[in-house]
Unconditional design. Structure first.
Ligand SMILES: Cc1cc2nc3c(=O)[nH]c(=O)nc-3n(C[C@H](O)[C@H](O)[C@H](O)COP(=O)(O)OP(=O)(O)OC[C@H]3O[C@@H](n4cnc5c(N)ncnc54)[C@H](O)[C@@H]3O)c2cc1C
Ligand code: SF4
Length: 471
């Protein structure tokens, strides 16, 4: 069996001086070579690993045959945004993990598994370059209008599905730019903004209207929307509320939540320093706490900003388990290490210590050991008594998790939520406790992935179309 084709990457030293995309993507020959490793299994189990059930086997065959347009149309049947998903999908936990070339019981996709997401990205970029459209349906639903609240992957996916049916869609978004986490969270070295802009623009060309700087719940209520004549509403509110450690000193200056840190950098252009002067302190001893994608993104951003600000790059990730339990994408962990980020593993921060002016200077922590597995299947860390030690730190970013965005739900008591404040839906139709109001993405079931959010949004769109067709 031939070895997997690795996509070209920016040189490690060159990377940290800028925010350019790190993974360069396959060339045509590389894509065909990788596709040709696919066994075209009788029972393509890879499809089971894809949250939206892309016909992976067929699209890979089309790449083998150099029928890129065909491959694009195959993917688009199930996934509206292949260029985005091909860049950010955690394939090592999804389709590539279920590929038969991964050995049983391996925690992540094996190195030999087909790089399905790189192929998807190649095809997505081809489709964008060639302006291929997947054709609209017969547009019977032009007399209806639907409001979508939130412009993250869930919102834009639902909007796209409805617009293809002819429905008039208006997307309301709190922030001044569209895209949700794709815009304010994931850095451009993983998802270049022109890729996102292309998808947003293609929604515009389908007639979707965008209303930025618009908080539903505050400027208008859900009832206002229904009274204005919207036939249905989709809520893609996301999980934008950061969790904190709840330890002493957490409110010292220069202790950020990852959301604030990444928003300042991505949405307020701090990454374009010195062209833009949005202040973001990155200090000489930057510590990022956590183990997920948000942690790795924050650390890699911090390292780049240190370099751009002529500070000796010095960023450390502090995580209370080992690397094996880190929920972040494996390739991103690898990239972080290559770029020079340090890891303090099995470490639990217990206090932020400041100077007399109220600025953080040190983090007191305990060493941990791993015990029994918890509900997530990962071994639980337990702090070792008497193992206290201190780490130098003049800027800290807390990236230990996100929970439901409650701006709208807290003002709308008729919308039923669970104990985590996530919206409760009928899992089949994605309808909430209020008739004709649907929800999907991270606001249903908590922090997930881009493709999972899109999967839910597609289910909701299908229910909305069914409802409108029956009116
Ligand atoms: C830093 C970071 C990195 C990540 N990396 C990955 C990755 O590599 N791969 C992956 O698959 N997933 C990743 N994720 C997770 C993924 O981004 C989320 O699962 C996904 O964005 C959820 O989509 P969503 O549409 O539900 O919510 P969001 O993307 O959070 O979008 C929700 C939008 O709704 C808006 N909104 C909320 N309330 C209102 C209101 N009342 N009125 C108007 N607008 C409102 C918000 O402003 C926001 O723009 C990452 C997440 C973060 C934070
Ligand atoms: S399981 Fe792997 S080898 Fe088999 S069809 Fe899917 S991608 Fe190809």
């Amino acid at each position: 069996m031939k070895e997997a084709v690795r996509a070209k990457e920016l040189d490690q030293k060159e990377r940290i001086g800028n925010f350019d995309e790190v993974i360069q993507g396959y060339t045509e020959d590389q894509a065909v070579e990788e596709a040709s490793r696919c066994l075209q299994c009788k029972n393509p189990v890879c499809v089971e690993g894809c949250p939206v059930g892309i016909d992976i086997k067929t699209f890979i065959k089309q790449v083998q045959d150099r029928d890129y347009k065909g491959a694009y149309l195959t993917i688009r049947e199930k996934n509206n945004f292949p260029s985005i998903c091909g860049r950010v999908c955690p394939a090592e936990y999804q389709c590539s993990k279920t590929c038969v070339l991964t050995k049983k019981d391996e925690p992540f996709a094996s190195e030999n598994a087909i790089n399905i997401h790189f192929l998807e990205r190649f095809i997505g970029d081809y489709g964008a370059r060639e302006s291929i459209t997947s054709g609209s349906k017969d547009k019977r639903l032009t007399m209806y209008k639907v409001a979508v609240v939130g412009s993250g992957p869930a919102g834009i996916c639902c909007a796209g599905e409805l617009a293809r049916e002819g429905v008039k869609v208006i997307i309301y978004e709190t922030l001044h730019k569209m895209g949700g986490v794709l815009q304010y969270g994931i850095p451009s070295f993983r998802l270049p903004r022109d890729v996102l802009d292309y998808e947003i623009d293609s929604l515009k060309s389908m007639g979707v209207e965008f209303k930025p700087n618009y908080i539903i719940g505050k400027i208008k209520t859900l009832n206002d929307l229904l009274e204005e004549g919207f036939d249905a509403v989709f809520l893609g509110l996301g999980a934008g509320t950061p969790s904190f450690l709840d330890v002493e000193g957490e409110n010292l200056c220069n202790v950020y939540s990852a959301n604030e840190f990444l928003t300042r950098v991505n949405l307020m252009n701090a990454y374009k320093f010195p062209e833009f002067h949005t202040p973001v302190n990155v200090g000489h001893h930057m510590i990022v706490i956590g183990g997920g994608n948000v942690t790795i993104d924050s650390a890699r951003v911090a390292l780049r900003l240190q370099k751009l600000n002529n500070i000796e790059p010095n960023t450390t990730i502090v995580y209370r388990r080992t690397e094996l339990e880190m929920p972040a994408r494996r390739l991103e962990i690898e990239h972080a290490k290559e770029e020079g980020i340090k890891f303090e593993l099995l470490v639990q921060p217990i206090e932020f210590i400041g100077n007399k002016d109220g600025y953080v200077k040190k983090i007191k922590s305990l060493r941990c050991e791993l015990g029994e597995s918890d509900q997530s299947g990962r071994r639980r860390p337990s702090p070792i008594e008497g193992s206290e030690f201190e780490l130098d730190c003049d800027v800290a970013v807390i990236a230990i998790g996100l929970s439901a965005n409650q701006v709208l739900t807290s003002l709308t008591p008729e919308l039923k939520v669970d104990k985590y404040k996530d919206i409760i839906v009928n899992a089949e139709t994605m309808e909430t406790s209020v008739s004709h109001i649907y929800a999907g993405g991270d606001i249903v079931g908590g922090e997930g992935t881009v493709i999972e959010a899109m999967g839910m949004a597609k289910r909701a769109a299908k229910s909305i179309v069914k409802y409108l067709n029956g009116r």
